[in-house]
Design a protein around this ligand. Structure first.
Ligand SMILES: Cc1cc2nc3c(=O)[nH]c(=O)nc-3n(C[C@H](O)[C@H](O)[C@H](O)COP(=O)(O)OP(=O)(O)OC[C@H]3O[C@@H](n4cnc5c(N)ncnc54)[C@H](O)[C@@H]3O)c2cc1C
Length: 290
C-alpha cells in the first residue's frame, strides 16, 4: 500500500498527487514513469514522474481524468492509500550536455519535462523551456519551470495567459530570432509532439518525444504499447518512453490510442453512475505551485 501525502485539484480535469515512496524516489531519474494501481482489482495505469524529492521520498504525479481509473484516483484523499506505485519504469531522458537544451511541455506534458529541465541544467546546459496549454486555468508548474530553466516562454492557445499561440509558434519565433536549440525534448498530446517534430525537422534539430501508448504490464511482455520508430517496432515501456521524434509514426500512435474507446466509455459511464463527482474534498492547488 502506498500513502498519499497530498492531493490537489489543479484546474478542469487536472490533478496533482504526491506519494510517499522513498525507495522508489532514490532510484528514479528524470524521464521515467511509475505504474499505479488504485485498488486491488483495478487496472494498472502508467504515470510520468513530475517531481521527486530524495530527502523526503515524495514523488509527484500530475494527471488528467480521462476514464475510469484516473477518475477513481481522484477520489483518494490525502492520508489514504492506493494499492501500489511501481517503478521507476522506462529509460531516463537524455540529459547530458547538449548546449542549448530545449524542453517543450504541452498540457499534462508540462509535468514530466520539469525534472528533465532541472537535471539538464545541473549538467551544464543552457535550458530553454516552452510550456503551453489550451487556456490559462490548465497551466501549472510555471514557477517551478521558471526556477528550472534559464529562459521560460509561456503560451496559451486562446491568448488568456502568456503569448497567444501554440508551443510551435514560440519555437518557430525563437529559431527565426537565432536561438536555434541544439536538442529538443517535447512531451504532450500526440498532435503537439508531431507538430514540434515538423517544425524542427527542416533545421535538423535532434528532437525527442515521450510517447504515451496504451500500456498494460509496462515490462515488455504484453506488447500493447508498441510504437513504430523508423519502421522498426519498439515497445514504449522498455525501449522508451523517449524516442527520436523524427522517426516516430505518430498517425499509428494516434489510431492505437483509440483502440478500446467503446469499452473505456462503457467503463467510465458505469463508474459515473456509481460514484460522486471526483474532486469533492480535494483542495484547490495554490496557484501554479508544486
Ligand atoms: C509512459 C506513460 C506516461 C504517462 N504519464 C501520464 C501522466 O503523467 N499524466 C496523465 O494524466 N497521463 C499519463 N499517461 C496516460 C495515462 O496512463 C492514461 O490517461 C490512463 O491510463 C487512462 O486510464 P483511464 O482508466 O482513466 O482511462 P481509459 O478508460 O483507459 O481511457 C480513457 C481515454 O484515455 C485514452 N488513453 C488510455 N490510455 C492512454 C494512454 N496510455 N495515454 C493517453 N491516452 C490514453 C483512451 O484512448 C481513452 O480515450 C501516461 C501514459 C504512458 C504510457
Amino acid at each position: 500500500m502506498v500513502k498519499v501525502l497530498e492531493h490537489y485539484h489543479l484546474g478542469e480535469n487536472n490533478y496533482k498527487i504526491i506519494f510517499d515512496v522513498p525507495k522508489l524516489v532514490k532510484k528514479s531519474e528524470p524521464g521515467q514513469f511509475v505504474v499505479l494501481r488504485v485498488s486491488e482489482n483495478g487496472e494498472r495505469i502508467p504515470m510520468s514522474i513530475g517531481d521527486m524529492d530524495a530527502k523526503t521520498g515524495a514523488l509527484t504525479v500530475v494527471y488528467q481524468i480521462l476514464g475510469k481509473t484516473t477518475a477513481l484516483l481522484a477520489t483518494v484523499k490525502p492520508g489514504e492509500h492506493i494499492m501500489d506505485c511501481v517503478g521507476p519504469m522506462g529509460n531516463p531522458s537524455h540529459v547530458d550536455k547538449k548546449g542549448k537544451y530545449m524542453v517543450i511541455g504541452g498540457g499534462i506534458g508540462i509535468a514530466p519535462i520539469h525534472p528533465v529541465a532541472k537535471k539538464a541544467r545541473e549538467n551544464g546546459n543552457e535550458v530553454f523551456g516552452i510550456i503551453g496549454s489550451r487556456t490559462q486555468n490548465l497551466l501549472f508548474f510555471e514557477e517551478e519551470m521558471r526556477r528550472a530553466c534559464d529562459h521560460l516562454y509561456v503560451c496559451t492557445d486562446d491568448g488568456s495567459y502568456g503569448e497567444k499561440g501554440f508551443v510551435t509558434t514560440v519555437l518557430q519565433r525563437l529559431i527565426n530570432e537565432g536561438q536555434k536549440p541544439d536538442f529538443i525534448l517535447a512531451i504532450g498530446p500526440v498532435p503537439m509532439m508531431k507538430a514540434v517534430c515538423n517544425t524542427s525537422r527542416p533545421y535538423a534539430i535532434p528532437t525527442w518525444v515521450s510517447v504515451n501508448p496504451i500500456m498494460i504490464d509496462a515490462t515488455g511482455m504484453c506488447g500493447a504499447c508498441r510504437v513504430s520508430v523508423g519502421g522498426v517496432t519498439k515497445f514504449g515501456c522498455v525501449d522508451g518512453p523517449d524516442f527520436d521524434g523524427h522517426l516516430v509514426d505518430f498517425d499509428q500512435l494516434t489510431s492505437r490510442l483509440k483502440m478500446y474507446f467503446p469499452q473505456e466509455r462503457q467503463s467510465m459511464e458505469k463508474f459515473e453512475r456509481e460514484h460522486q463527482p471526483c474532486y469533492i474534498g480535494l483542495k484547490e492547488s495554490p496557484k501554479q505551485t508544486a
